[in-house]
Design a protein around this ligand. Structure first.
Ligand code: F6P
Length: 549
C-alpha cells in the first residue's frame, strides 16, 4: 500500500488548503444562510454542528475522497469480521462486541465471542447488585461503603471518567475511588479516610503484571490485613478484573472473584468490558447497560451510515484537514460540563496511544503528521486560562465543544450562563473581531485616538478558528456511551487514513524496561556500566537522598 500522502486525493487537499487561505468563515456564513443546516447532523442523541470549520462542500468532497483512497470501508469490514487488524500483536479488535447486546455475530478464529461476553455481564450484574443491595458483606459482616479501583491507563481512565460523568446517578451510600499512580501519595491519601472493614478493592489489570497496579494492590492488601488481621478477609475485600487468571490466583485473589475479559479488548477500549465493573457498582448494572446501548447505537450508525452522513467519519476528516493540511498539531476538547472533567484525559489515551505512531502497518516511516496532541479541560474554567492562546495566539487549534442542553443541577441562573459562554466562545473563534470593529468599539467608549491606535492590534481577533459543537440533551449513560464510541471510531478512521496500527502501543515499552534497570541499580552502590552520565548523576543523587533519610 503506498503512503496516503502519495495519492491524488492527498495532493488535491494540499492544493485546496492553499486556495482557502483567503476565505473568511464569517463571509461563508453571510453568503449562505443554509450553512449551519448543511454542515450539521444529529445521531444517537448527539447534534454535531460542524459549520464553524474552514470547509465548503468542495472541501468535504475532497476529504471524503481521501477516506476512499485509504480504503476505509475495507478496514471497517475487517474490524467487524474479527480479523487481526492489530497486526503487530496479532490480535483481533472487537470492543464493539462488548456492547453488541446480542444483535451481531462476532467471532475470533471462528469462535463466537458473544456467550463469554454475556456470561461476564450477568456475573457483573449479580455481583454489583449484591454489593449495592448489601448482600455482599465485608469480612466482619458490615456493608461495603467504599470501592477502591486500582488500575492504570485503560484499566482506570475509562471507569474513572464515566463514574465522574455519571455522578448524578450515584448514591451517597457507596463511594468509588480510583488509585492509579505508583506514587504512594495517592493510595495513602485515599485509604486515610477509609475503613478496611467496609472497603472493597477492584484490582483491574488486563495483564495483571503492570508495576504500578500490582504495587498498589500489594500495599492495599497489607492495609486490609493490618486492619482485619485475617487472611480470609481477602476473599471478601478483593476482586480482580483481568485476562490473566494465573496471575490473579498467584496474587491471592479467589478466582471466583475474578471477572474475565479477553486479549481482543485493547486496554484503552476496555471500559465496555468487566473493566467497567466500578461503573456498575457506582450507578448499577442497568445504567452500565444503558452506556453499552448508547455505544451500540453509535456503532450501528458508524457501520451503516454513508460516509458523508457519518459522524465519526466527518469528525475524523475535519481533524485530518487541520492536522495534515493546515499544520495544526493539537486538538482541544472542551466539555462544558464539570462532570466531564476527565474526558480530555480519557481521550488523550484513546487518541494518542492509538495514533501516536511514526510508521505504517508495514513498518514504513510516514512523511506526514499522525496523531495530534489532545488536550483540554472543562469550560468555563478553560476560558480563564488557555483560551487567550486559542483566540489570539499564533497557532491553529481546532476545538471540540461538548455541551449538555439540560443540567442535572439546575440551580437558578447557572446553566444559562454556562450555555451562553459555550456558544459565545465558538462564535468568537469563528467571527473574530476585525480591526475596524475593534476601533469602532473603542471610539464608542470615547477612548483618545492615540490610545486607540495603540490598542487596536491587541483588541483585534483574527477569527476563522475552527470548532465543532457537540450538543447533547442531557448527560445520561446512554448518550455518554454514544459520545465515547463516537471518539473511538473517529480515532479508528484517522488511523486507517494514516495507515498506522491504532491498536498497539509499543511506545510505552522502552521506558518500562529502563525503569526496571534503574530500579535494580537503586539496590547497588554503583550504576550498571554503560549508563549515561546524566542518568548516573540522577541515580547517585537519589542514593544520597535516601541515605540521609
Ligand atoms: O500504558 C500501557 C498500557 O499497556 C495501556 O495500554 C494499558 O491501558 C495500561 O498499560 C494498563 O495495562 P494493564 O491493564 O495490563 O495493567
Amino acid at each position: 500500500m503506498p503512503l496516503i500522502s502519495h495519492t491524488p486525493a492527498w495532493k488535491s487537499l494540499e492544493q485546496h488548503w492553499t486556495e482557502i487561505a483567503g476565505w473568511r468563515m464569517r463571509d461563508l456564513f453571510d453568503e449562505d444562510p443554509g450553512r449551519s443546516a448543511r454542515f450539521s447532523l444529529e445521531e444517537c442523541g448527539i447534534y454535531l454542528d460542524y459549520s464553524k470549520n474552514l470547509v465548503t462542500d468542495e472541501t468535504m468532497r475532497r476529504l471524503l475522497a481521501l477516506a476512499q483512497a485509504a480504503d476505509l470501508s475495507f478496514w471497517g469490514d475487517s474490524l467487524l469480521r474479527g480479523e487481526k487488524v492489530n497486526n503487530t500483536e496479532g490480535r483481533a479488535v472487537l470492543h464493539m462486541a462488548l456492547r453488541n447486546l446480542g444483535r451481531r455475530n462476532y467471532q475470533v478464529d471462528g469462535v463466537d465471542v458473544m456467550p463469554g461476553i454475556r456470561s461476564v455481564l450477568s456475573r457483573m450484574r449479580a455481583f454489583s447488585d449484591d454489593v449495592r443491595d448489601g448482600r455482599w458483606l465485608g469480612h466482619t459482616g458490615q456493608r461495603i461503603s467504599d470501592i477502591v479501583s486500582i488500575g492504570i491507563g485503560g484499566s482506570s481512565l475509562g471507569p474513572k471518567m464515566v463514574c465522574e460523568a455519571l455522578r448524578p446517578y450515584q448514591s451517597a451510600d457507596l463511594r468509588v475511588h480510583f488509585v492509579s499512580n505508583v506514587d504512594g501519595a495517592q493510595l495513602v491519601q485515599t485509604l486515610a479516610v477509609l475503613d478496611p472493614a467496609t472497603t472493597l478493592f477492584v484490582i483491574a489489570s488486563k495483564t495483571f503484571t503492570t508495576q504500578e497496579t500490582i504495587t498498589n494492590a500489594q500495599s492495599a492488601r497489607a492495609w486490609c490485613l493490618d486492619g482485619l488481621h485475617d487472611d480470609a478477609a481477602i476473599a471478601r475485600h478483593f476482586v480482580a478484573v483481568s485476562t490473566n487468571r494465573e496471575a490473579v490466583i498467584e496474587f491471592g485473589i479467589d478466582p471466583h472473584n475474578m471477572f474475565e475479559f479477553w486479549d481482543w479488548v485493547g486496554g484503552r477500549y476496555s471500559v465496555w468490558s468487566a473493566i467497567g465493573l466500578p461503573i456498575a457498582l457506582a450507578v448499577g448494572m442497568t445504567r452500565f447497560e444503558e452506556l453499552l446501548t448508547g455505544a451500540l447505537e453509535m456503532d450501528e450508525h458508524f457501520v451503516e451510515a454513508p460516509p458523508e452522513r457519518n459522524m465519526p467519519v466527518i469528525l475524523a476528516l475535519l481533524g485530518i484537514w487541520y492536522n495534515n493540511f493546515g499544520g495544526a498539531g493539537t486538538q482541544a476538547v472542551i466539555p462544558y460540563d464539570q462532570n466531564l472533567q476527565y474526558l480530555p484525559a480519557y481521550l488523550q489515551q484513546v487518541d494518542m496511544e492509538s495514533n501516536g505512531k511514526r510508521v505504517t502497518r508495514d513498518g514504513v516511516a510516514v512523511d506526514y503528521q499522525t496523531g495530534p496532541v489532545i488536550w483540554g479541560q472543562p469550560g468555563t474554567d478553560a476560558q480563564h486560562s488557555f483560551f487567550q492562546l486559542i483566540h489570539q495566539g499564533t497557532r491553529l487549534i481546532p476545538t471540540d465543544f461538548i455541551l449538555p442542553l439540560r443540567s442535572h443541577h439546575p440551580i437558578d441562573g447557572h446553566h444559562d450562563k454556562l450555555v451562553a459562554n459555550c456558544f459565545a466562545q465558538a462564535q468568537a473563534l469563528m467571527r473574530g473581531r476585525t480591526e475596524a470593529e475593534a476601533r469602532a468599539e473603542l471610539e464608542a467608549a470615547n477612548i483618545p485616538p492615540e490610545t486607540i491606535d495603540k490598542l487596536v492590534p491587541h483588541r483585534t481577533f483574527p477569527g476563522n478558528r475552527p470548532s465543532n459543537m457537540l450538543l447533547i440533551e442531557q448527560l445520561t449513560p446512554r448518550v455518554l456511551g454514544a459520545l465515547i464510541a463516537l471518539y473511538e471510531h473517529k480515532v479508528f478512521v484517522q488511523g486507517v487514513i494514516w495507515g498506522v496500527d491504532s491498536f498497539d502501543q509499543w511506545g510505552v515499552e522502552l521506558g518500562k524496561q529502563l525503569a526496571a534497570h534503574i530500579l535494580a541499580d537503586f539496590r547497588e552502590t554503583a550504576c550498571s556500566p554503560g549508563v549515561d552520565s546524566s542518568t548516573a548523576t540522577l541515580i547517585r543523587r537519589y542514593h544520597m537522598a535516601m541515605s540521609e533519610e
